[in-house]
Design a binder for this molecule. Structure first.
Ligand code: F3S
Length: 400
């Protein structure tokens, strides 16, 4: 791989052992993918998972004297101070979270602790070169904003933050960003939730870059987030096109770069119903409600507040969102409304964390198939419905 004089010096250790190690990792990744050179990155998001291996890597770079050249935003772990007041948090789990925060703070990261950095705090512009890890993040910035990132790991994105470089391959190059599968949507998509189901049809869509036609042009931000999140949870898609929505695809022809699609796939109402049946438990009694995977937008918090106003929840309800949205909820009175109903708004927190151990073996309701998928590995079970039906279930204690 071609390296500039500065990059070669970095690799040789002139700027310290941490930069040398991080660049060695990136050069190795680049060589695996046939990258010819490195590019400068303007932004980084690290999907730190608050688990031993991730902390080990961050602390290793720190011990080698690491400091980020491009300050990254980082994913949520869990909010020790808030959740300790309501749940039993083990000392070991609290300490690991604190170690993670300390390591990233000392590396120079911006502790946003949110998994929707593309909505606030780390919003790229069209064409920017990024190193973003995290399911919904990669797809959203590529497809909705037209910035460029590969599906990075925690480690590769942290190395990009330390060095300010990323190997040039895959979705950083024009040719790999073109559509390859035409997805004709014949299903009648009525709500944002239906885009969770559409994004879950990855077995039918198959590999490639899907180009969706038959969708309305006025898609909400939430629908776009849901579509990308599910594509990259049930499959491994870094990008989709919707002609007229994706900045690089003003037309269908532009989405495919003038080439013919490799495959044409049709998604019907039956496909959505079938996938819904597959991923959700059947209706019945529930013990809790969990929302915010990825973190809820402000308007979703607002929707929940309107639905519970003046009522009492039958089961515990957790709304995970960014610290900005929680503060906005406080300022607008929505936090009070949700707390009076018996619910919680929690910032800095992910569904896939040990703080939720009390929910093991229980049945919850969520609007997020991603939440159901990851939390199932922690022993939680979910009925999946749209947000309004979930809130109604939380008020009654059951999904009808
Ligand atoms: Fe966010 Fe954790 Fe879900 S990082 S997207 S809440 S698995």
């Amino acid at each position: 791989m071609y390296l500039t004089e500065y990059e070669q010096e970095m690799l040789d250790g002139k700027y310290g052992a941490a930069q040398a190690m991080a660049l060695k990792v990136l050069v190795a990744v680049g060589e695996c993918f046939g990258a010819k050179r490195l590019l400068e990155v303007s932004r980084v998001h690290v999907a730190s998972s608050n688990q031993e291996a991730d902390v080990w890597f961050a602390e290793k770079l720190l011990k080698l004297g690491g400091r980020c050249l491009v300050a990254p935003t980082v994913n949520p772990g869990f909010n020790v101070s808030y959740l300790s007041q309501h749940l039993s948090i083990s000392k070991k789990d609290a300490e690991l979270t604190e170690r993670t925060h300390r390591a990233y703070r000392e590396l120079g990261a911006i502790l946003t602790l949110s998994c929707t950095p593309y909505l606030e705090a780390n919003v790229p512009r069209f064409g920017e070169i990024l190193s973003y890890s995290e399911t919904s993040v990669t797809v959203y910035v590529n497809s909705v904003i037209g910035a460029r990132t590969n599906r990075e790991s925690v480690q590769s994105s942290l190395c990009a933050a330390i060095t300010g470089r990323v190997p040039e391959y895959g979705f950083l190059l024009d040719e790999y960003r073109k559509g390859s599968v035409l997805v004709q949507v014949e299903a009648d998509l009525k709500s944002d939730f239906d885009y969770q189901l559409l994004g879950s049809c990855t077995q039918k869509i198959g590999p490639g870059v899907p180009v969706f036609v038959g969708l309305p042009q006025n898609l909400s931000q939430e629908a776009l987030i849901n579509l990308g999140t599910q594509l990259n949870t049930t499959g491994s898609y870094a990008m989709f096109h919707i002609p007229g929505v994706t900045p690089e695809a003003p037309t269908l022809e532009a989405a495919f770069g003038g080439r013919e699609p490799e495959r044409v796939v049709t998604i019907t109402d039956e496909d959505l119903q079938e996938i819904h049946r597959k991923i959700s438990r059947p209706p019945g009694k529930i013990d809790f409600a969990m929302f915010g995977c990825p973190h809820l937008t402000f308007s979703q918090v607002q929707e929940v507040a309107q639905l519970v106003k003046g009522k009492k929840l039958a089961v515990e309800m957790w709304l995970l969102t960014s610290s900005l949205n929680k503060e906005l909820a406080r300022r607008t009175g929505m936090l009070e409304v949700i707390e009076e109903a018996g619910g919680h708004i929690v910032e800095d927190t992910c569904i896939d964390q040990p703080c939720w151990s009390h929910l093991k073996g229980k049945v919850g309701v969520t609007d997020s198939p991603k939440c159901a998928y990851y939390a199932s590995m922690r022993g939680m079970n979910f009925v999946i419905r749209d947000l309004a039906a979930c809130v109604e279930a939380a008020l009654k204690g059951e999904v009808s």
